[in-house]
Every structure is written in C-alpha cells, then in structure tokens.
Design a protein around this ligand. Structure first.
Ligand SMILES: C[S@@+](CC[C@H](N)C(=O)[O-])C[C@H]1O[C@@H](n2cnc3c(N)ncnc32)[C@H](O)[C@@H]1O
Length: 348
C-alpha cells in the first residue's frame, strides 16, 4: 500500500470503505483559511507528505462538504476536551480514525489515545503518524470484539466515530453499541447522525451546488437543475464539464472497491449508459447514510443500556463567519433547521 521509493507517500485506497482523505483535506483547508475557527497544523503537515492531488479533491468535494467535515471535528474536539477535563487520564478511542489528528488538537499531556482503523489504513497511518508514548494504533474493524481488550479501562473511556457508522446498516451499528455495553460498559461515545431527510435528492443537489461560487448564482442554479435532470434522465444529457466534476466526486465516494484508484476513468468509460446512470445516482446517494437516525432517543430501543447524554445540530455554536461563502452559510442554517445532521453523545 505504501510506495517507500518516493519522497511522498503514495496510497492506494481501493479496498477501503469511505476515504479518509476527504476529512483530512477538509481539516487542512479549513485550518488554512479559517484558523480562528479551527486549527489543525498537523493536518496541514500531513497533506504535504501524501502524494495525492488534494487540490482536485478539494474542488470536487465542494466548500460545504469540506466545512461540514471540519465542523464535525470542531464539535468532537469540544466533546473530548470537556470529558478529559473531568477525566484527565481517560482513554480516548478514535473509531475509523483514518488520518485524523485529533490527539494533537486536544492532548492534555495525560490521556491515552487509540486510533482504530482497518489494517490497510493503519499501515499508512503508522508511517505518517508514528505511535508515541500515549498513542497507539489498533488495526481492526470496530465491529470485532477483539480490540476492546487493548483499551486501558481505569480512568474512563470516551470514543469518537466520525464518518464511520454511515457506511454500516443499522443492525451492524446496533451490534457495535451492544458490544461496547458488554465489554466496556460506562463508555461514552460521540458520533454524527444523519436524518432520513439528509438523504433526499434536493439536499444532495443543493450540497453539490453549494460548491459553486456565489458570484455565479445562475451557473450554480443551472448546475443544480442539471443534477436533478441527470438523476432522472441519465448520463447522456450532461454537459462534459459536469461529467468531469462528477467523475471527480465519484472518485471520493462511490468508486467500486475493485477498481484501482488511478484507473477510474477507464472503469467509467467501460460502463453502460444504465450503469452510468446508477453510478450517478450513487454520486448523489453515495453520501447516503445507511443507518439514518431521526432522534438519538431511538437508540434506547436498540439496547436499553444506552443513555442519551446530548444531541444537537452539527453547526450549533459555529460562527457563520462572514468570510464563508453565502451558500455555505445558508447550507449551515438549512442543515441545522432541518435537523439533517446531529452530533449525538451517548453513554452505554
Ligand atoms: C470517512 S473516513 C473518516 C476518517 C476519520 N474519522 C476522519 O474524520 O478523518 C472513514 C474511515 O472509516 C474506516 N473504516 C471503514 N470501515 C471500518 C471498519 N469496519 N472498522 C474500522 N474502521 C473502518 C475507513 O478505513 C476510513 O478511514
């Protein structure tokens, strides 16, 4: 997975569910552009070390997605900081850690921090972010009970799961919470939950359009219309410019696991019109959460050992900085008003 011959690290993510490069890119970009809101110097350092076209990723992801992803990190950081203030020697477990540099943002000099991810990601992670005194990597699935025994369980356990549960069915997510209730009772867990409405087409097209500049509202609106028509009518009606944007976006979300990263366009060209239509719809729904949750209280029916500590809209208390584009600010309001994405905090 790692090409050691190169100065920069080349990573092949073909087998990984949900690329960790988007959130890394988001944290670096938002740190660079809005350092008063969020500061992740380590993320900026990391993207310099990885051989990847982050600029294209940035463009295809769109401003809203990048800001929303960084907002999740801001909210998680606040939650971790509050917990470790009360439990300074706690264990913090970052589930589906990817290349998150949360430890560097919140460390109090006493916590124990665990980054858990699939073996192929951990291999790269260890290279980029070597384990230290109080940090450890765990190469395992969060659904495997085996990793629980590696966690120091004397001073409280706090877990974060960013951009992880959305790839799993509700049954699997429930299984995870029951696993924690069995093996590490008393743990607190923070994650983002998406409502069913966050999966609808309008939202996706809107979010997609939000990536376009406010200086060109007609163009942005036309793009959204194109997106909706495309979803209804199929690939052939799309202008080439939008096809390219979609290909860019698809590489980050819905590429088939079997295709090699660099072979994306070859894979795309081989698809039939119908498959392209399906892939496009995957593009819109590729961000679809497989286990939407309208309200955290629903979790109590999953397992009565779950207690809801807190839940609130993703952008709560995050300043609508005037330097953010108008469409990003509008989307923050829209997302919060509709309860599309929530930060959920539970104890098991
Ligand atoms: C969208 S990324 C989010 C990464 C990180 N939480 C962040 O915010 O930067 C999703 C991560 O979940 C990891 N993942 C997917 N399936 C997993 C599993 N079964 N167990 C643990 N991690 C998993 C992926 O490898 C990837 O790093």
């Amino acid at each position: 997975m790692i090409d050691m011959q190169q100065t920069k690290i080349k990573v092949n993510f073909s087998r990984v569910l949900g690329t960790p490069l988007v959130p890394l890119c988001a944290r670096a970009k938002i740190s660079k552009e809005y350092s008063s809101l969020f500061n992740d110097a380590k993320a900026i350092e990391l993207i310099e070390q990885i051989d990847y076209d982050f600029l294209t990723l940035e463009k295809s992801s769109g401003d809203y997605l990048l800001f929303a992803t960084a907002a999740r990190a801001m909210q998680f950081d606040n939650k971790v900081k509050a917990y470790i203030k009360e439990h300074p020697h706690a264990s913090v477990v970052n589930l589906g850690a990817g290349f998150d540099t949360g430890f560097y943002r919140v460390d109090n000099g006493a916590i124990h921090w665990y980054d858990l991810d699939l073996p192929e990601i951990i291999e790269v992670r260890k290279h980029l972010l070597p384990e230290m005194n109080r940090t450890a990597c765990i190469a395992n699935s969060f659904l495997d009970p085996g990793w629980c025994q590696a966690i120091k369980n004397e001073n409280g356990i706090f877990m974060i799961a960013g951009g992880l549960f959305r790839f799993f069915d509700e049954a699997q997510v429930r299984q995870f919470f029951s696993l924690i209730a069995d093996r590490l009772p008393g743990s607190e867990i923070v994650f983002e939950a998406e409502s069913k409405s966050s999966n609808d087409v309008d939202g996706r097209c809107g979010a997609y359009g939000a990536g376009w500049s406010d200086e060109e509202p007609e163009k942005r609106d036309a793009m959204q219309e194109d997106c909706i028509r495309a979803l209804k009518n199929g690939w052939t009606i799309l202008p080439q410019s939008l096809k390219s944007q979609m290909i860019g976006a698809l590489t980050t979300s819905t590429r088939p696991q079997s295709a090699e990263w660099d072979d994306f366009e070859t894979w795309w060209d081989q698809l039939s019109a119908q498959e392209k239509g399906e892939a496009m719809s995957d593009f819109f729904f590729g961000f679809t959460c497989k286990c939407p949750l309208e309200d955290a209280s629903e979790m109590v029916a999953w397992d009565d050992r779950i207690t809801v500590v807190d839940q609130f809209p993703l952008f709560r208390d995050i300043p609508r900085d005037p330097s953010l584009s108008m469409s990003v600010r509008q989307f923050m309001d829209y997302t919060d008003e509709k309860g599309r994405i929530k930060i959920v905090h539970v104890r098991v």
